[in-house]
Design a protein around this ligand. Structure first.
Ligand code: SF4
Length: 294
């Protein structure tokens, strides 16, 4: 039997940087307060909590009771920076540079289209921390659409500036782009620069789609390891499921079930862009044990 870890799996560079920053601060200060989950992976958060990391809410961060706070890779709206500054709390910023660049683009577009000269449309998950951070850069004025059905929320009579949350499905984003173009074409508005498309989905996530498809093609079982809150994890898991290969979504070693491995010859272990490599390796070792016991 072959058991293989997906070589393309493991944290993206934004998540890796955030973890490295947290570890560095913990070594120096032995305590660190992060505003919200540092990453969407429960096992990694628990490992860092054992080193002294504590997760707090923004209301706690601005209470003045905590000396330092870390802003996570998803970013924060400008109001969060203002609030912690007022509370004289030291901020360590782990916002992913790709998210920072998107925040800046949205802020610039917003400053140009204020006064009804257009609308920002953001393809994303409404309550996702990154979307909350991006909304803060346009005074919460963007129209957030979670899927193609929500295109009806857009006002097609004024210019549209389309952006995507970095981790959203690229193919779905392009489908949304096509639908908007089709609608504008029907209204004879496509040629009059009514539409600006910003290719803001993260290329690292987009590459993972293809890598994952290549990795799973010869497998007869996939163990997909992800935190339950990871939106990217859910999407990548769905890619595995759509291939028709037997696939299980799990977050912890205890979730593994010996019965899954009966009569399987080629098992693949993969994960989200927030799944740590150590967890994939531990999964692989445990799968080997379960296979040998059965
Ligand atoms: S998925 Fe892309 S944008 Fe998001 S944290 Fe990772 S590298 Fe940054």
């Amino acid at each position: 039997m072959k058991i293989e870890i997906d070589p393309g799996a493991g944290p993206c560079f934004g998540v890796e940087k955030a973890i490295e920053k947290a570890e560095f601060i913990l070594k120096e200060k032995s305590v660190l307060y992060t505003v919200g989950d540092l990453i969407h992976n429960e096992a990694e958060v628990e490992r860092l909590e054992k080193l002294g990391m504590k997760t707090i809410a923004m209301e706690q961060a601005i209470s003045g009771d905590y000396p330092n706070v870390l802003f996570r890779a998803h970013g924060e709206p400008p109001s969060s920076y203002d609030s912690v500054k007022k509370a004289k709390v030291e901020v360590e910023d782990a916002t992913c540079p790709i998210v920072v660049s998107l925040q800046k683009k949205i802020a610039k577009t917003f400053s140009e289209i204020k006064d009804g000269k257009g609308q920002i449309v953001l393809f994303g998950k409404k309550r996702h921390p990154e979307v909350i951070s991006l909304m803060g850069h346009c005074d919460d004025k963007a129209i957030v659409i979670a899927n193609i059905e929500e295109l009806e929320l857009i006002d097609f009579s004024i210019p549209i500036y389309l952006f995507s949350q970095t981790t959203k499905y690229r193919s779905e984003y392009y489908l949304i782009k096509e639908k908007i173009e089709k609608k504008l074409d029907e209204l004879n508005l496509l040629a009059s620069s009514q539409f600006s498309f910003n290719d803001s989905s993260c290329k690292i996530v987009a590459r993972r789609d293809e890598q994952l498809r290549n990795f799973v093609e010869d497998k007869d079982l996939i163990i997909f390891v992800s935190g339950t809150k990871s939106s990217n994890g859910r999407q990548l898991f769905q890619i595995c499921k759509n291939t028709g290969i037997e696939t299980y979504f799990i977050s912890r070693i205890e979730d593994l079930n010996r019965e899954w491995f009966v009569a399987k010859n080629n098992i693949g272990i993969s994960g989200a862009t927030s799944t740590p490599k150590w967890l994939l390796e531990e999964m692989s070792l445990r799968v080997k044990e379960l296979v040998s016991e059965s």
